[in-house]
Design a binder for this molecule. Structure first.
Ligand code: IFM
Length: 468
């Protein structure tokens, strides 16, 4: 039996996002983003951290590019600061585009494919005048922004990601208020989610008008929803939860319109909430056509699964399921998330089987492990090596089964600002000493570089091997 390997042209990369790494919040005429404002609310961010310095990448980006080069990576997924490019939501700030153009040029020069995300959550605060994504006018503002970036960078950028994690924007930003803009509005959240998807479809068209050969995708946070038991009720609960988290985005993107069961669920919720609108007032004729069929690749952000059980709807729980697990002694990251590569493999196969064999880029995958530099100055993050190894094996297994995964962007290149959790969780394969900005590639980075070089992923835990 031959060992499965990745092909030579596999797109190996690592990912970051603007607000999480850049700092320099007002440089070059940048406008305020919703995260600047949200982060100032007492208690919004653990430890009181904000984005003012982060990894200082707005100034130190040449070091980041050099690290990518040293590791032999062939792609860098990073995001453009929306509020830098459109400080008041509408006017283009050329100085910000100059900045990103310099990064793109350096990447291309180094033979690294820039994978550009347009909205990684840092929308201009000015767009809150129409309630952010709840307002339909934000879709127009987003399209104008996408056009401006495509005009400037389109001749050098092939891979575009319009939106990062529509469900997380909807859930944490507009339903629970745990992320910027901090809105708690269950009924409004479904409106926001629809506008995020519409923004994807319309921005994809706009990018392709400017750059006919562009490959445009959207990065979805996909969580396999698995039933807690074999009971019919739990299976139904898991399917309903899958509708809320996964199918609500996947179906319309693949030209099927919103799934009927989840649409009914939302209409019931709007009624119970006393909303003065139904989904028919929000999803206007033609919208689903503008969302569907524009995705050249599906971006998959995978971290873990959800284990669901049937549960009664209550005032606190508007949905007929509860996320109950996993429980017990399962492997977990330092953030408590279950390490579950087999669900990753199953997810990729499911996308292939249920959605017409789409092209897939893994746009995020990684784990929180808090290992710090030891006396030898190195970071021996063996558990992250094992996380990476097992998830890359899952990708290989799915590819062997015919799933068209063409790239993998590890999350994250750098330890960085983890949103409401501040700087405590460390996702990076490169350690960042925040007070000095010093970057130290961890053992996992060296392991990853070896996989990238060889295309081979060891079939057992190599944690005992010396990567440091
Ligand atoms: O850090 C985030 C990223 O910005 C979006 N996806 C999930 C990551 C880890 O929580």
């Amino acid at each position: 039996m031959t060992t499965p390997t990745f092909p030579h042209d596999f797109l190996w990369g690592a990912a970051t996002s603007a607000f999480q790494i850049e700092g320099s919040r007002t440089a070059d005429g940048a406008g305020e983003s919703v995260w600047d404002v949200f982060g100032r609310q007492p208690g919004a961010v653990e430890g009181g951290g904000d984005g003012s310095l982060a990894c200082d990448s707005y100034r130190r980006w040449p070091e980041d590019v050099a690290i990518l080069e040293e590791l032999g990576l062939r792609a860098y997924r990073f995001s453009i600061g929306w509020s830098r490019v459109m400080p008041d939501g509408h006017r283009v700030n050329e100085a910000a585009l100059d900045h990103y153009e310099r990064i793109v040029d350096a990447l291309v020069e180094a033979g690294i494919d820039p994978v550009v995300t347009l909205n990684h959550w840092d929308m201009p605060q000015a767009l809150m005048a129409d309630r952010g994504w709840i307002g339909r006018s934000t879709v127009d503002a987003f399209v104008a922004y996408a056009q401006a970036v495509a005009h400037r960078l389109g001749d050098r950028v092939q891979h575009w990601i319009t939106q990062n994690e529509p469900w997380i924007i909807q859930l944490l930003g507009y339903q629970l208020g745990l992320h910027a803009p901090g809105i708690v509005d269950l009924a409004g959240s479904v409106v926001a989610g629809h506008h995020v998807l519409l923004g994807h479809g319309r921005a994809a068209d706009a990018i392709k008008q400017v750059v006919p050969g562009a490959q445009v995708g959207v990065a979805l946070s996909l969580f396999p929803c698995e039933p807690a038991t074999g009971s019919e009720a739990d299976r139904e609960a898991a399917w309903a939860s899958d509708g809320y988290v996964n199918r609500w985005y996947l179906d319309p993107l693949h030209g099927r319109g919103y799934p009927k069961d989840t649409r009914e669920l939302w209409d019931g919720i709007l009624l119970r909430e006393g909303a003065d609108f139904t989904l028919d007032d929000v999803i206007l004729p033609g919208d689903e056509e503008q969302i569907g069929g524009r995705t050249d690749f599906v971006g998959v952000n995978y971290y873990t699964r959800r284990v669901c059980a049937a549960a009664p709807v209550t005032a606190e729980r508007p949905f007929p399921w509860a996320v109950v697990g996993p429980t017990g002694d399962v492997p977990r990251t330092d953030e408590g998330w279950e390490v579950r590569p087999e669900s990753f493999d199953a997810l990729l196969r499911r996308l292939h089987d249920d959605y017409g064999a789409p092209r897939i880029m893994i746009t995020e995958n990684g784990g929180v492990y808090g290992d710090a530099p030891t006396h030898d100055g190195k970071v021996h993050d063996n558990r992250r090596i094992e996380y990476l190894r097992s998830h890359l094996r899952a990708v290989l297994s799915a590819r062997e089964a015919g799933v068209d995964v063409f790239g993998y962007m590890q999350w994250s290149l750098l330890d960085n600002f983890e949103w409401a959790l501040g700087y405590r969780p460390r996702f990076g394969i490169v350690h960042v000493d925040y007070p000095t900005g010093r970057r130290t590639p961890k053992d996992s980075a060296l392991f990853y570089a070896q996989v990238v070089r060889s295309g081979v992923v060891p079939d057992e835990d190599p944690a005992h091997l010396p990567f440091g």
